[in-house]
Design a protein around this ligand. Structure first.
Ligand code: GTP
Ligand code: MG
Length: 361
């Protein structure tokens, strides 16, 4: 009988040969794979050949927070830069359930059918918690996933929108270097993510569905202003008439906005992503837009401004991170907040205290 009453049969070890805690075979496999990690030069060469596996590996390096990976990623991006910049970048936003994924599947398939190479990226501020809608997208973009001329990358996760956005911008460069000439960036219509996407694309598309005649309610003015096209999706079945009404209403509302710097007048159209109707028209609109802004110089001007904006954003983001991770600042922050609450110090004096602590290093 077992002397130790708490011991179960599962823990009886006598006479049983125990396996090593670490399988030598598995260990060797891991070590071998690590050795096989391609160098940045190899990855760049493969990316430029359009190799999707290499592209995914490079994006993983971009998304990694490890310093060694960051270094590799930077050198890859640097080498890819001369081959980047040659695509049309399209942003797509709309509230959850409006049909973004279904639309991108139909639109993406149409684009590859006319010879385009399409990369789909996503910025999803909720993805760091819920891992976004990757699962949904895998099933909703069934055809596009299998398409040789399409590449779909679920959204990068991160703690700050700025961080995620930076990674997405770098990912755009890699995709372009890999030969993708149409980049679609999807975002859910919540929070600040539309602004981030708007500042990295050439054309911004707002997807809507027809409601009960109060289309303009609950829609943020800022998003209307950013949109180059409003597309009313789900214009099928009983919904067709409602969608047409919504189109009229949006058209009327758009007239109230001032002329855009691009000189483009935003368009409103209806489509059914489900029945693949109205998809071609969207591409036609985008082509018209691109022709206009390439002619009038706005295309280049906008991209230059975007680059400057992202340089400043990256600096701001880094400085902020550095500041709030500073040991003394961390220690003093709570203290000063308390003093502020008790009216013992002015906000400016408190801020100065913290800045002094930061600069005294
Ligand atoms: N009738 C109709 N239904 C559609 C259409 N497009 C999408 N749907 C349906 O609407 C639902 C949501 O579509 P999704 O493509 O997943 O929407 P989404 O905007 O990507 O949603 P999130 O990923 O959650 O933000 C699905 O059940 C689709 O089948 C359409 O054109 N017509
Ligand atoms: Mg989706």
């Amino acid at each position: 009988m077992n002397q130790d009453k708490n011991k179960t049969a599962l823990q009886e070890l006598n006479g049983i040969e125990q396996p090593d805690s670490l399988s030598k075979e598995a260990l060797n496999k891991v070590l071998y794979q690590r050795k096989q990690q391609p160098t940045p030069e190899t990855l760049v060469a493969q990316i430029l050949e359009g190799n999707k596996t290499a592209l995914s590996r490079a994006i993983t390096l971009v998304e990694s927070t490890q310093a060694a990976h960051q270094e590799k990623a930077n050198s890859i991006i640097q080498s890819c830069l001369p081959k980047a910049n040659r695509s049309i970048r399209i942003g797509i936003t709309g509230v959850p359930g409006v049909g973004k994924s279904t639309f991108i599947e139909a639109f993406g398939k149409y684009l590859t059918s006319i010879g385009k190479k399409v990369a789909v990226l996503a910025i999803d501020p909720s993805s760091s918690i819920s891992h976004g809608s990757i699962l949904g997208d895998k099933t909703r973009m069934e055809e596009l996933v299998k398409d040789e001329n399409a590449y779909i990358r679920p959204s990068a996760s991160g703690n700050t929108l700025g961080g995620v956005a930076r990674k997405t911008r770098e990912t755009i460069i890699l995709c372009e270097a890999a030969g993708f000439d149409t980049i679609i960036i999807e975002t859910v219509g919540v929070g600040q993510s539309e602004t981030a996407v708007h500042s990295m694309v050439d054309f911004f598309l707002l997807l809507k569905i027809a409601g009960a005649g109060d289309e303009l309610q609950g829609i943020k003015r800022g998003i209307m202003e950013m949109a180059d096209a409003i597309i009313i999706n789900k214009a099928d079945g009983d919904n067709v008439a409602k969608a047409k009404l919504a189109k009229t209403e949006f058209n009327r509302a758009l007239h109230l906005f001032p002329t855009k710097k691009s000189q483009w007048t935003p368009t409103v159209s209806t489509c059914s992503a489900y029945e693949k109707k109205g998809i071609e028209d969207v591409w036609e609109t985008i082509t018209k837009y691109i022709n206009l802004v390439k002619d009038n110089g706005y295309f280049e001007e906008n991209r230059r401004n975007q680059n400057q904006f992202w340089m400043m954003e990256t600096i701001n983001e880094q400085l902020k991170l550095d500041f709030y991770n500073h040991k003394q600042v961390m220690a003093l922050l709570e203290q000063n907040k308390k003093a502020l609450q008790n009216n013992e110090i002015s906000p400016f004096a408190a801020a100065l205290n913290l800045l002094e602590a930061y600069y005294s290093k």
